[in-house]
Design a protein around this ligand. Structure first.
Ligand SMILES: *[C@@H]1O[C@H](CO)[C@@H](O)[C@H](O)[C@H]1NC(C)=O
Ligand SMILES: *[C@@H]1O[C@H](CO)[C@@H](O)[C@H](O)[C@H]1NC(C)=O
Ligand SMILES: *[C@@H]1O[C@H](CO)[C@@H](O)[C@H](O)[C@H]1NC(C)=O
Ligand SMILES: *[C@@H]1O[C@H](CO)[C@@H](O)[C@H](O)[C@H]1NC(C)=O
Ligand SMILES: *[C@@H]1O[C@H](CO)[C@@H](O)[C@H](O)[C@H]1NC(C)=O
Ligand SMILES: *[C@@H]1O[C@H](CO)[C@@H](O)[C@H](O)[C@H]1NC(C)=O
Ligand SMILES: *[C@@H]1O[C@H](CO)[C@@H](O)[C@H](O)[C@H]1NC(C)=O
Ligand SMILES: *[C@@H]1O[C@H](CO)[C@@H](O)[C@H](O)[C@H]1NC(C)=O
Ligand SMILES: *[C@@H]1O[C@H](CO)[C@@H](O)[C@H](O)[C@H]1NC(C)=O
Ligand SMILES: *[C@@H]1O[C@H](CO)[C@@H](O)[C@H](O)[C@H]1NC(C)=O
Ligand SMILES: *[C@@H]1O[C@H](CO)[C@@H](O)[C@H](O)[C@H]1NC(C)=O
Ligand SMILES: *[C@@H]1O[C@H](CO)[C@@H](O)[C@H](O)[C@H]1NC(C)=O
Length: 640
C-alpha cells in the first residue's frame, strides 16, 4: 500500500476527533524584557481604539497606561505629575507608555483628545489611543498598566516574579467567580515557579477594603476555593479534590481586599521539620538571611522564607500550634503573631491540635500587620496606655555577645518608653511556690508530655486515620507515604491510652488558669497587667545550617518559653530588633542573622501589643524589616 494512502487515512481520523474543547488560559509576554502574564478574560472592554496601528504590538496586544483625571483638572502638567507617580509601582514600567488611555472622571472628554500626541516626562512621545468619559464610579477603570486589543478588550496583566527561595507550593490567579486557579505561566529559572502580582496602582484602601491590593501568600494548610490543599504531603494532594470554599481566615482577608498570589510551603501536616533531611516530600524553602543556607524553621516555612525574600509579597498567613509562626519569624527576622487562642474560627484549616491551633501573620511591616489583624480578628480593641509591669524570662543579664547586647539595649529602651524597670521571672520557682494543690511541683515534669500528647492524639484522630482510610480505599489497602517527623509523633501518641488526651487537656487548663491568675492577669485600663519578654533567636550566636546531618526527628517533649503561649492561650508576638554576626562555614565570610524578641500579654490583649509595636516604631525603637541578606537589606546570596 502506498504511504500516501496511510497518511490520508490517519489525517482523516485526526480531523474526526479534533472536535475538542479549546480554552485560552491567557498568555505570557515580555515588555521591556520584563515578563507579564495576560489573563484570558479582559477586565473590561472599551470602544475599539482607532489609532492602535501607530504603536508596536505583541500579537493583537498593545501596552497602554490608563490615567484617570478629573475633567476640571486634565492639563498636560497634571497628566505628567500623575504618570511620574506611577514609577513607584513595581508592575508598571515605561513600556506601558506606548499608548495612553485617558479617563475623564465626571465629565466629557475633550473632542480632540483621541489621536493626540502626548509629550511624556523626559521628552518622548506617546499616543492617546482613547479618551473616555466615565460618569459615575461604577464604570471607572482603575489607573495603571493594561494591555488592550484591537477589539477594545482591556486586560490587567500580572508581573511575573521568580520564586527563587522555593517559598510557594502553588502560585494562583483569581477567577471571576471568587474561586482560584493555578497560574498558567512561568519564567525562566530552575525550580523557580513564577508568581504573578497585579499593579498596586489599581487599588486604594478604604474603610470597607482596608487591605485593598495587599498581596497575600497563604500557608498550604488553608483551603482556597477551587484549589487543592497539600498539607505538605504529596499523597494528600493527589487524593483529595479541590476545596469548594475558602477557609474562614482566608475569606476574611479576601473580604478586606487582600489579593491571594499563591499557596506557600508548610512542613508536613504542620509538624516541626528541620531542613534538609526531614523534608522528604517537598524541599524546604530557603532562608534568605546570612549565607542563605540556614534553616527557615517550620512549619510556616514558606511564609517565612517568602517574607524575608520578596519585597513584592506584603503579607503571609501562617498558623501556630507550638511555634510555627514564631519560629520562621524569629530566624527570618519578621513580625509574626501567635494570637490569643480562639480569636478566629479555623474552619477549612488542617488541624494539628484544636486546643492549641491559631491563625496569624508573618510580615515585614507593622502597619500592614495591624491592618490585617483588624480584618482577621473580628474583635481587636487597640490601646494607648501600657502596663507598668514588665517581666523578662531567660533574658541575658550581661552583654556577653552581640545578640545579648542588642537584647539588653532593646530592653532598656522599652523600659524607658514604658517608664518602668523590668523584673526577671523564674517560672520554675514561681510555679513551685504558687502552683495549685494536687499537681506536680516541678513544672518541667508536670508539662513534659502535654504538648506531644495533644498534637499526636488529636492529629491521628482528625487527620491521619481518615487520610489512611481514604487512601487505602482507592489504592487497594495501601498506606500513603508520610515524612519521618509526623510518623514519629503519631507513633508516640499511639503508645499512650486515649485517656491521656483528657489528662493533657486538663494539665494545659491548669497551667492556663495559673498563668491568668498568678502571672499575667487582665487589667481594666491596660488590658494586661504586664508585658513579658523572652528571646528565641540569638542571631549569629545560633546558626542552624541546612546542610548539617541531624539525628532523626524526636518527640517534642518538655516545657520552655515557647510553650507558654500555646498552654496559656495568650498572644505571643515576634519583633525583629537587630542582627548579630557569625563566621559562616558556607561562605567563609562574616554574615549576619536576625535577633528578635517575643512579647506576651494576657489572653485577649492582642490589640495591646499591636498598639505597642506601632508606638515603638514611631519612637524609632522598632523598624520595619526589609527583605535581603539582613533585616536592613542587602543582596540575597544565590538570588536567581
Ligand atoms: C490636579 O491634579 C494634580 C495631580 O493629581 C494635583 O497635583 C493638582 O493639585 C490638581 N490641581 C487641582 C487644581 O486640583
Ligand atoms: C454625568 O452625570 C450627570 C448626573 O447624572 C449628568 O447631569 C451629566 O450630563 C452626565 N455627563 C455625561 C458626560 O454623561
Ligand atoms: C485640543 O485642542 C485645543 C484647541 O485647539 C488645543 O489647545 C489642545 O492642545 C488640544 N489638546 C490636545 C490634547 O491635543
Ligand atoms: C484617529 O486616527 C484614525 C486613524 O488615523 C482615524 O481613522 C480617526 O478618525 C481619528 N480619530 C479622531 C477622533 O480624530
Ligand atoms: C524615550 O525613548 C528612548 C529612546 O527610544 C528610550 O531609551 C527611553 O527609555 C524613553 N523614555 C521614556 C520615558 O519612555
Ligand atoms: C530558676 O531557678 C532554678 C532553681 O533555683 C534554677 O535551677 C534555674 O536555673 C533558674 N532558671 C533560670 C532561667 O534562671
Ligand atoms: C520527659 O519525658 C521523656 C520521655 O519519657 C524523658 O526522657 C525525660 O526525661 C522527661 N523529662 C522530664 C523533665 O520529665
Ligand atoms: C482511641 O481513639 C481512636 C481514635 O478515636 C480510636 O480509633 C480507638 O479505637 C481508641 N482506642 C481505644 C482503646 O478506645
Ligand atoms: C499531667 O500532670 C500529671 C502531674 O500532675 C502528670 O503525672 C501527667 O504525666 C501529666 N499528663 C499529661 C498528659 O500532661
Ligand atoms: C570570626 O572570625 C574572626 C577571625 O577568626 C574572629 O576574630 C571573630 O571573633 C569571629 N567572629 C565570630 C562572630 O565568631
Ligand atoms: C481576661 O481574662 C479572661 C480569663 O483569663 C480571658 O478569657 C479574657 O479573654 C481576658 N481578656 C480580656 C480582654 O478580657
Ligand atoms: C530605625 O531606623 C532609624 C532610621 O534609619 C534609625 O535611626 C534607628 O536606629 C533604627 N532603629 C533600630 C532599632 O534599628
Amino acid at each position: 500500500m502506498a504511504i500516501s494512502n496511510l497518511l490520508t487515512i490517519s489525517l482523516f481520523c485526526l480531523l474526526d476527533v479534533v472536535a475538542a474543547s479549546l480554552t485560552s488560559t491567557g498568555q505570557t509576554l515580555l515588555l521591556n524584557d520584563i515578563p507579564y502574564y495576560v489573563p484570558a478574560n479582559p477586565f473590561t472592554t472599551i470602544p475599539p481604539p482607532t489609532s492602535l496601528n501607530t504603536v508596536r504590538s505583541a500579537g493583537d496586544l498593545v501596552p497602554v497606561t490608563v490615567v484617570g483625571v478629573s475633567a476640571s483638572n486634565s492639563s498636560l502638567s497634571t497628566l505628567e505629575s500623575i504618570i511620574n507617580g506611577f514609577g513607584v509601582d513595581d508592575v508598571w514600567n515605561e513600556g506601558f507608555l506606548e499608548a495612553i488611555l485617558i479617563e475623564y472622571n465626571g465629565g466629557t472628554a475633550p473632542p480632540n483628545a483621541t489621536n493626540a500626541s502626548f509629550t511624556l516626562p523626559g521628552g518622548n512621545q506617546s499616543s492617546i489611543v482613547s479618551a473616555l468619559s466615565s460618569n459615575g464610579s461604577s464604570s471607572t477603570i482603575p489607573s495603571g498598566p493594561y494591555f488592550v486589543s484591537s477589539d477594545g478588550s482591556l486586560y490587567q496583566p500580572l508581573l511575573l516574579y521568580s520564586d527563587f527561595a522555593g517559598a510557594f507550593t502553588q502560585p494562583l490567579i483569581s477567577n471571576s467567580d471568587g474561586t482560584y486557579a493555578a497560574l498558567p505561566a512561568n519564567t525562566a529559572g530552575i525550580q523557580s515557579p513564577a508568581v504573578g502580582v497585579p499593579s498596586r496602582l489599581y487599588y486604594t484602601a478604604t474603610p470597607e477594603k482596608p487591605l485593598a491590593g495587599i498581596r497575600l501568600g497563604v500557608k498550604d494548610i488553608y483551603d482556597i476555593a477551587g484549589v487543592k490543599t497539600s498539607d505538605g504531603n504529596r499523597a494528600w494532594y493527589g487524593l483529595f479534590p479541590p476545596a469548594t470554599a475558602n477557609a474562614v481566615p482566608v475569606q476574611r482577608l479576601v473580604d478586606a481586599g487582600a489579593i491571594i498570589v499563591g499557596k506557600m510551603k508548610t512542613s508536613q501536616f504542620a509538624n516541626g521539620e528541620t531542613a534538609t533531611a526531614d523534608w522528604v516530600d517537598y524541599h524546604s524553602p530557603f532562608n534568605p538571611r546570612g549565607d542563605g543556607y540556614q534553616d527557615p524553621s517550620s512549619s510556616s516555612s514558606g511564609p517565612g522564607a517568602g517574607e524575608g525574600s520578596y519585597p513584592w509579597l506584603d503579607l503571609s498567613l501562617g498558623s501556630d500550634t507550638g511555634g510555627s509562626i514564631r519560629g520562621p519569624s524569629q530566624v527570618q527576622g519578621l513580625f509574626g503573631n501567635r494570637p490569643s487562642h480562639g480569636l478566629v474560627p479555623l474552619t477549612g484549616v488542617m488541624p494539628l491540635a484544636p486546643q492549641l491551633d491559631t491563625s496569624g501573620f508573618l510580615t515585614r511591616d507593622p502597619a500592614i500587620w495591624s491592618a490585617a489583624a483588624k480584618a482577621l480578628y473580628a474583635d481587636l480593641p487597640l490601646y494607648s496606655q501600657y502596663p507598668k509591669k514588665l517581666y523578662t524570662v531567660e533574658f541575658p543579664t550581661g552583654g556577653d555577645n552581640e545578640a545579648d547586647s542588642i537584647l539588653l539595649d532593646f530592653l532598656s529602651k522599652l523600659e524607658g518608653f514604658l517608664g518602668t524597670t523590668s523584673t526577671a521571672l523564674n517560672l520554675s520557682t514561681l510555679w513551685s511556690s504558687t502552683h495549685p494543690a494536687g499537681v506536680d511541683a516541678d513544672l518541667d515534669d508536670f508539662l513534659n508530655i502535654t504538648y506531644p500528647i495533644l498534637i499526636s492524639k488529636e492529629q491521628t484522630m482528625l487527620v491521619r486515620d481518615p487520610f489512611y482510610a481514604a487512601y487505602g480505599a482507592v489504592h487497594d489497602g495501601r498506606r500513603p507515604f508520610v515524612d519521618p517527623t509526623p510518623l514519629i509523633r503519631w507513633a508516640f501518641g499511639d503508645s499512650y491510652p486515649n485517656s491521656t488526651l483528657t489528662e493533657a487537656i486538663n494539665n494545659k487548663t491548669i497551667f492556663q488558669d495559673w498563668w491568668a491568675s498568678e502571672v499575667q492577669p487582665n487589667d481594666t485600663t491596660t488590658c494586661s497587667n504586664s508585658l513579658l519578654l523572652y528571646s528565641a533567636s540569638a542571631g549569629g550566636a545560633d546558626p542552624l545550617y541546612r546542610n548539617e546531618y541531624n539525628g532523626p526527628p524526636a518527640v517534642p517533649y518538655g516545657f520552655g518559653t515557647s510553650r507558654i503561649s500555646p498552654f496559656a492561650e495568650v498572644p505571643d508576638f515576634v519583633i525583629p530588633i537587630g542582627s548579630a554576626s557569625y563566621n559562616s562555614t558556607i561562605t567563609l565570610h562574616t554574615e549576619f542573622l536576625p535577633v528578635t524578641v517575643d512579647i506576651l500579654a494576657a489572653k485577649g490583649c492582642d490589640g495591646l501589643i499591636f498598639s505597642l509595636v506601632q508606638d515603638l516604631q514611631k519612637a524609632g525603637i522598632v523598624n520595619a524589616s526589609l527583605t535581603g541578606q539582613t533585616i536592613t537589606g542587602g543582596e540575597i546570596l544565590l538570588r536567581m
